[in-house]
Design a binder for this molecule. Structure first.
Ligand code: ATR
Length: 280
């Protein structure tokens, strides 16, 4: 029987992770099975327990369970501990190990695939949930001029900025405080695109030449990327590249080989099978 992996989320039906890992497995000649599993909002821990009992070897965790996965895991990598969120679980005889490959995935997509250099940039990170936490430390390690976190619930942005203060120049704000400010790189780490919504951004936040990045992806343009295009951003990118890059990092953790990502990103772009906006 081949080794079994899965991604757990809610919603999960539109996840591309099974396709990505199937492509990696074929490319690297690895025999494995990878499914998408819908966990009830109050049943994530039980879903993981059941999966391990059935012989599961590893799992990815997506919205909205990354922080719960962190709380459930006793053995954590440094980057998962710093993020306070887990997106990759590995099961062994001693239980489970939690890691977070989101930050590495975003950084690789921005710097290697999109050839965007982060040093000296003014970065605006939208959202203060698990997705934002996962990318804060690597973004700050890339020497930006400043990193501002804006969140609908401002207290969470302030809390997150405080937590990461030792990593670099970071502060938290409410959306209305962004009026009159502009940024070079704007990253949407909110769940707003999933429900077709747009974080309440003031016009003028996109500096000339700015790059807008939505961690969500879909065949249809996300509301954030539409707003960015209409308000002066020079470039807009969805999170498909990040998704494939974080998956490659998970695959390497589990299987010990690193797949080539560009052909998989290209395959997904041309497949166009998924018309809705999704995450994970
Ligand atoms: P994840 O683990 O993917 O980050 P999460 O922890 O549920 O998911 O966090 C979702 C984030 O999206 C939060 O920052 C949330 O803002 P609040 O903290 O104020 O709830 C943000 N979010 C969700 N819908 C939004 C919307 N319509 N506009 C702006 N922000 C939104």
């Amino acid at each position: 029987m081949s080794d079994h992996y899965a991604v757990f989320g809610n919603p999960i039906a539109h996840s591309k992770s099974p396709q990505i890992h199937a492509a990696f497995a074929a490319q690297c000649a690895q025999g494995l099975r990878y499914d998408a599993i819908l966990a009830p909002h109050d049943g994530f821990a039980q879903a993981i327990t059941d999966f391990v009992a059935a012989g599961g070897r590893g799992a990815n965790v997506t919205l909205p369970f990354k922080e719960e996965a962190f709380r459930l895991t006793k053995r954590l990598t440094d980057r998962a501990r710093i993020a306070g969120a887990v997106n990759t679980l590995t099961f062994d005889d001693n239980g489970m190990i939690g890691d977070n490959t989101d930050g590495e995935g975003l950084l690789r997509d921005l710097t290697t695939n999109l050839l965007y250099s982060l040093a000296g940039r003014r970065i605006l990170l939208l959202g203060a949930g698990g997705a934002a936490r996962g990318v804060l430390a690597p973004l700050l390690a890339s020497s930006p001029a400043v990193l501002t976190i804006a969140n609908r619930t401002p207290a969470k942005a302030l809390q997150l900025a405080k937590r990461f203060a030792a990593c670099g120049p970071v502060h938290g704000v409410a959306y209305h405080e962004l009026a009159g400010q502009s940024f070079d790189l704007l990253i949407n780490a909110t769940a707003a695109s999933l429900s077709g919504e747009l974080p309440p951004l003031p016009a003028g936040v996109f500096a000339p030449g700015s790059l807008a990045y939505d961690m969500m992806y879909g065949e249809t343009e996300t509301p954030f990327l539409t707003f960015a295009r209409q308000n002066g951003a020079a470039r807009g990118h969805d999170g498909l590249g990040m998704l494939v890059e974080q998956a490659a990092e998970s695959f390497q953790i589990w299987r010990g080989v690193r797949p080539h990502t560009l052909p998989v990103i290209a395959m997904l772009r041309t497949a166009g099978a998924n018309r809705s906006i999704t995450a994970g």
